[in-house]
Design a protein around this ligand. Structure first.
Ligand SMILES: Cc1ncc(COP(=O)(O)O)c(C=O)c1O
Length: 425
């Protein structure tokens, strides 16, 4: 607390009072600012509008009449698109509808009811089902577990990925641990990309459960913000190398490439895994929405086009990330009350505050009309053990709204932390 340490008690109180006045002014403005979810902004949606021109123009009889039933696991072109994105073979891909989250949920609920292709029995027949949850992590992963009664074990995250010593120790001794959630690239929310060593350790580790699975949610695989990209080792190839070919399910979608409301998604993995999933899907549906897949693959053309398109997204959202950094540097820099990251991609900035202040900051911001991702949401059961993590989602608000939102947020952070410092003195 160097900055504040140099100030007298009187000066601290004066600064707190000044902040209180500032907060009163914000309150009087009846603000309605929202930084709660990682949603693309309208300008980002506009850059995919050309996709509509392919509707009705695409060759809908390439493999079979796309208007009809059939092609349960997607069109050849859509499988190839995701195979290129995830660096796997097209035969290792199943293409789904607009949400990869539904594929994750489906995969887990089916394993609960029926087991997976390496299970001796349905997971619900085990005395308990547990998942490892590297945290801070993606709240909706944790909601899936919570809704299905899966016990979540919090695992710390560092700059290279999950705490692998802890992961290896736990999965080796506990056969109830059936899975681990991973957002391996530009992670939600910490922004880090797993190191090669972490990927190798996940692929090679000994697990007590022979039907253990890695849920490799590569939601931000091509979502770079700068020309220098993070590189992620191929988990499926690593699992094959270490003789655990069925260990990883990979997920991705075009939610933040085209439209979250009308994109396409995929699950990928070993051919044995995909065959098993296809056999279950054949009970669920008689065929995929191939017209949307065709519209996507006609629009997205090839990986060069995809890369250019992602650069257009980056050009729209990079300034927003930079507004956040600028505000934090200006208002919180050198105060030692918060640290934040500057990710090279993805949708989030991770903010860690003085322990014991995140919930109060969140509530204060809310009372002033600024909605954040609820404090705690980035941890299992919404319980941040140190009450210090806040996920910043800068993409949706306009530049002007974001500047104002950051002023309000910084004032809230400083006010809450200053009160804590004064209380501790
Ligand atoms: C890590 C992660 N996975 C999945 C999703 C949702 O993906 P989809 O739109 O494909 O369901 C998000 C959305 O924010 C996300 O951050």
């Amino acid at each position: 607390m160097n900055y504040y340490k140099d100030l007298s008690q009187e000066a601290l109180i004066k600064r707190r009072d000044m902040l209180e006045e500032k907060l009163e002014i914000y309150k009087a403005q009846n603000l309605a600012l929202n930084m709660s979810r990682g949603k693309p902004c309208t300008e980002q949606l506009e850059i995919s509008n050309d996709m509509f021109q392919y509707m009705g123009k695409t060759d809908i009889t390439q493999e079979l009449d796309y208007r009809n039933y059939g092609l349960l696991d997607g069109t050849r072109a859509a499988k190839t698109l995701f195979a290129n994105i995830l660096e796997v073979d097209a035969s290792e891909v199943i293409v789904g509808g607009n949400s990869s989250l539904i594929l994750m949920y489906d995969t887990i609920i089916k394993a609960m009811l029926l087991g997976n292709n390496d299970s001796d029995k349905p997971w619900v027949k085990e005395k308990k089902v547990k998942f490892l949850c590297p945290s801070p992590g993606y709240d909706r992963h944790f909601s899936i577990c919570e809704s299905l009664g899966i016990e979540m074990i919090t695992i710390g995250m560092n700059a290279y990925g999950p705490d692998m010593d802890e992961v290896e120790r736990l999965v080796k001794e506990d056969s109830c641990i059936k899975g681990i959630w991973c957002v391996p690239k530009y992670s939600n929310p910490t922004g880090i990309t797993y190191s090669d060593e972490v990927v190798d350790r996940l692929a090679s580790m000994e697990t007590a459960a022979k039907d253990f699975r890695i849920f490799w949610d590569n939601a931000y695989v091509i979502h770079h913000l700068y020309s220098e990209h993070d590189r992620l080792k191929n988990i499926l190839a690593a699992c094959k190398t270490y003789n655990h070919p069925n260990r990883a399910y990979l997920f991705a979608s075009t939610s933040k490439v085209t439209f979250p409301g009308a994109g396409i998604s995929c699950i990928a993995g070993s051919e044995a895994n995909m065959d098993f999933i296809r056999s279950q899907m054949s009970v669920q549906t008689i065929g995929a929405n191939k017209l949307n897949m065709a519209m996507h693959t006609d629009f997205l053309k090839d990986m060069d086009f995809v890369a250019e398109h992602m650069e257009e997204h980056a050009a729209l959202i990079r300034p927003k990330f930079e507004i956040v950094y600028k505000a934090f540097d200006k208002c919180l820099g050198e105060k030692n009350i918060a640290i934040w990251n500057k990710p090279k991609g993805g949708y989030f900035i991770n903010l860690d505050l003085m322990p014991g202040t995140a919930k109060a900051v969140d509530q204060l911001a809310k009372s002033l009309g600024l909605v954040l991702t609820p404090a705690g949401a980035t941890f299992p059961y919404s319980k941040d053990p140190r009450d210090m993590n806040i996920r910043i989602a800068p993409t949706y608000p306009s530049l002007e709204e974001l500047k104002l939102a950051m002023e309000v947020l910084c004032a809230c952070i400083e006010y809450v932390c200053l009160n804590k410092i004064l209380d501790n003195d």
